[in-house]
Design a protein around this ligand. Sequence first.
Ligand code: URP
Ligand code: ZN
Ligand code: ZN
Length: 480
Amino acid sequence: MTSHSSQTSYTLIKNGTLITASDTFTADILIQDEKIALIGQDLDIPDAKTIDAAGKLIMPGGVDPHVHLDLPMFGTVSSDDHYTGHKAAAFGGTTTVMDFVPQDAPDLLMNVTAWREKADPKAAIDFGFHMNITQFNAEIAAQIPDLVSAGITTLKVFTAYNGRLRLDDGEIFQVLRIAKEHGMLTMLHAENGDVIETLVAEALAAGHTSPEWHARTRPAWGAVDAVLRGAALAAQAGAPLYVVHMNTAGGVDMLQYARERGLPIMGETTPPYLFFTVDDLCRPDGAKWICSPPMRSQADNARLWEALGEGLIQTVGTDHCPFFYDGATPILYEGEEIAIPGKELGAGDFTKIPNGLPGVEDRLPVLWTEGVGTGRLTPNQFVALTSTNPAKIFGLYPRKGALVPGADADIVIWDADRELTYGAAHAHHRTDYNLYEGWKLKGYPEKVFLRGNLIVDGDVWLGKAGMGQFLKREPGAETI
Ligand code: URP
Ligand code: ZN
Ligand code: ZN
């Protein structure tokens, strides 16, 4: 490093303990502009801005494979947009999120363009898109390969939400085949839509309207059946499959069944499914826990933890899709009062409660405290589940999810000793509640870099709308 142009910027992070998906070691990291330039011992770069990270952990920025920002649903909209959701993600140590494009217009690429018009000016961290395929015909089949040129290599299909989002088995099979042919990956929302429709109609007719009926009308067996069916359809199509937001022990058993037979089937869970149960939906404020698929039992929580430890489930995302609990009462967000209709829309009818939870900021600190802090996960497994594996599965590795020269300098300096009482007042989600209200956490991001730019410094936000980049992804990503 003898000479360089005056425009080049160097940051040297010294003496930190690097945690990757496979290794733990002490080293210095040199950031040159947006990239990691060097990792080594006793680096001395006179012009570099130097940060002493002695006693701190250094991890690749989190990659959240599953968020829903600014998504219209249930007569309202998810309350974080592509700025507020990205900012919250960054404070939690996540520097890449993957959002879902709804299939509203008949032309797939028109939907992508519309979603980019919303996201691009607001984006504060890097982001990619998955495309929902919720209507299928020969025209849509012909358009799917065009998504690849737009940088979208992943498709989400649903076995629930009859008449709205669900495809039938034949359609899912065809999507899987097209995806396989073009190096794309299909993602599956696994529930049994037919059983749900029947049980919901019966529950309402019987006057059961409280939040717990959301879970009672979506039985766990529906997820078990749908995971196995999805795996079997993928096997028949010769295609890989990624099962999103897994919430049941039985679903994990089916994932295990498929993987033991050598099928390229992968799974994701989210933190709430590791902690909460249908009992939380029985609380007076149970609407706060309403999402699909729903919270289940402690046995399901335990099996999901086990699956993370065993590597049976590959990723922890969030399915971040926040709504206000009381959308009639404003909160202060960046100095402005804001209120967005939310869970109160379903007072008196559980079917009208917007489905979705906040969580993009909670993911890393909560999983660290409850996973690494309790010995259920090693720090390396934590990095694999929250950063490296999603980067690999979604075609972003090693640009994202890796601490190697040439990777984007998306870096979290993690203070494993920081203790705090967490909750809505601490978090940056644009909503009025937090699922982990009052939880004692130990371990928290101290500094967060996005492509070499310091965007979070302690409690200070240095990021800006528009600095996040859309990630065009290549087909043919790894299955792990
Ligand atoms: O309740 C949820 N999860 N809402 C978001 C949509 C989905 O199915 O992921
Ligand atoms: Zn889903
Ligand atoms: Zn989702």
